[in-house]
Design a protein around this ligand. Structure first.
Ligand code: FAD
Length: 463
């Protein structure tokens, strides 16, 4: 494959910087352009530490680019969900019955900086910051960028362009405007927004609550979660309806109301966030939505990847993981054509899209399902019993049983769409059997597993 090709990547977030690194490792000439300043030099997001759950699919993307071990140094393992009830009682629900399966809390800027550092080490990568993409000539693979705080514009041409400019993608907007009714686009808002807060570190960088878990305070329509940071702090995210709820962003307008709400719903958290109302009013509210679109490919010259192609709600902790997996899937297709002398980008981009789109649709739908599971179901007895049973199956029969969560999060050898199909059938099977009282005390765990498998097969067959 001829490497004398110019690649333009628009957006140096998580997906764009990993893609730049991998394409450079394959020998292409890469230009990576980012709207924002270099986050390694200028503190952004008001200095708040924002973290993400990184799991096996994302780690695989980092592995193919040789940065998995470096990334792991930034990670804190989270073995399960620590559920907090209103009385302050907690219990840990492991993510898997297999001891080696856990997810990781990682700093978003930390990971992004690592990827930028590694990309920048490559002699064939040029990174340009402070330039926002304004317009893309899709047919001729060139893009116009405007420098921040100036009227200066630059135009960059390439053999192929990748739009990795996130959920509000300017590249996608160009496709939408250019292809009109031949471009399908949907954006579904959840009706909830999110706000990040912080539990600061205790003395000597100690943790004020259990370190190795993703903490959840499920309260029905609203929910609080917290993920640990290396410095002893936790990044807390409040998910709350915008309006039409007893407590919602529209009515939490005074420090008194914020304290009333937290004292009532999350009393154990109030004592851990000393500047609760200041943080609440200083930090922005972010929207939560799902973006689906197609085609991702335009004229065989421009391709959308990451959130630009498929933004999802964060409740499966898979948006970044899916974006890194995009790079893996794309890389496998490049590898397939590696021995051909001339690159046919049109073939490669189309093949990528047809291989990938069902899977990103699946994780988008699973993420919305998990929103309901986290905010409501984690607090319900039947769901807790289901999780206990699944954890026991995984511990006793590690080769035979993977829960839906494990299929999505830890079994990167199967696709998201397959994980969704199998996982949903299993969920339905166990809940039906529990509800009907068919999984009795007298049965051995093996007998229960066989019954769940049989019921799952019947459901898959009916579907
Ligand atoms: P982004 O990270 O958004 O990067 C896009 C980049 O493009 C940015 O640097 C942006 O500045 C730049 N850009 C934008 N417009 C332009 C332009 N016009 N020109 C040039 N550059 C531009 N995922 C997980 O896997 N695990 C989690 O636990 C998790 N938690 C989340 C929690 C919340 C509250 C949210 C909102 C998301 C979460 N996600 C999580 C999802 C994850 O953040 C995204 O899926 C991931 O960031 C996508 O990476 P990306 O590179 O495609 O987009």
């Amino acid at each position: 494959m001829s490497k004398n090709q110019n690649i333009l990547i628009i957006g140096a977030g998580l997906c764009g910087s990993l893609l730049a690194l991998r394409m450079a490792q394959r020998g292409f000439q890469v230009t990576l352009v980012e709207k924002r300043p270099d986050l390694r030099k200028i503190i952004q997001d008001a200095g708040r530490s924002i973290n993400l759950a990184l799991s096996d699919r994302g780690l695989r993307g980092l592995r193919i680019a040789g940065v998995e071990e470096a990334a792991k140094k930034l990670c804190i393992p989270m073995n399960g969900r620590m559920i907090h009830d209103k009385a302050g009682n907690t219990f840990l629900s492991p993510y898997s019955g297999r001891k080696n399966e856990y997810i990781n809390s990682v700093s978003r800027p930390g990971l992004n900086m690592l990827l930028l550092d590694e990309a920048e080490k490559m002699p064939n990568v040029k990174i340009i910051f402070n330039h926002a993409c304004e317009n893309v000539d899709l047919e001729n693979a060139s893009a116009v960028f405007k420098e921040f705080n100036s009227d200066k514009e630059i135009t960059i041409s390439a053999d192929v362009i990748f739009g990795t400019d996130g959920a509000g993608s300017a590249v996608r907007k160009n496709m939408y405007e250019n292809h009109k009714f031949l471009f399908s686009f949907s954006q579904q808002w959840l009706g909830h927004g999110y706000k990040e807060l912080e539990i600061p570190a205790a003395e000597n960088n100690g943790y004020r609550t259990y370190k190795n878990a993703l903490h959840i305070w499920p309260r029905g329509e609203d929910m609080l979660i917290a993920l640990p940071n290396l410095d002893g702090s936790f990044t807390v995210t409040l998910f709350l309806p915008y309006e039409n709820n007893d407590y919602c962003f529209a009515n939490l307008t005074t420090p008194e109301m914020v304290h009333e709400y937290f004292n009532k719903e999350y009393p154990d958290v109030v004592e851990m966030i000393p500047n609760l109302s200041e943080e609440f009013f200083n930090n922005p509210i972010g929207p939560l939505g799902t973006v689906k679109c197609s085609p991702w490919n335009s004229f065989g010259k421009v391709l959308l990847l990451g959130d630009a192609a498929h933004a999802i709600v964060p409740f499966y902790g898979q948006g970044m993981n899916a974006s890194f997996e995009d790079v893996v899937v794309f890389d496998e297709i490049l590898e397939k054509y590696a021995s051909e002398e001339n690159i046919n980008w049109n073939t490669i981009l189309k093949e990528y899209e047809s291989k990938r789109i069902n899977d990103t649709d699946a994780i988008a739908d699973l993420a919305v399902d998990n929103f309901h599971e986290m905010k409501e179901h984690t607090a319900m007895e039947i769901f807790q019993n289901k999780r206990k049973l699944e954890t026991a199956f995984e511990a006793e029969f590690p080769e035979e049983y993977y829960s839906k969560y494990s299929l999505v999060t830890f079994k990167e050898s199967i696709s998201y769409s397959e994980a969704m199909k199998r996982g949903r059938a299993q969920d339905k099977a166990i809940l039906n059997l529990l509800d009907d009282g068919k999984l009795t005390e007298e049965m051995s765990l093996k007998e229960k597993l066989e019954l769940v498998k049989k019921e799952t097969q019947a459901i898959l067959h009916d579907d």
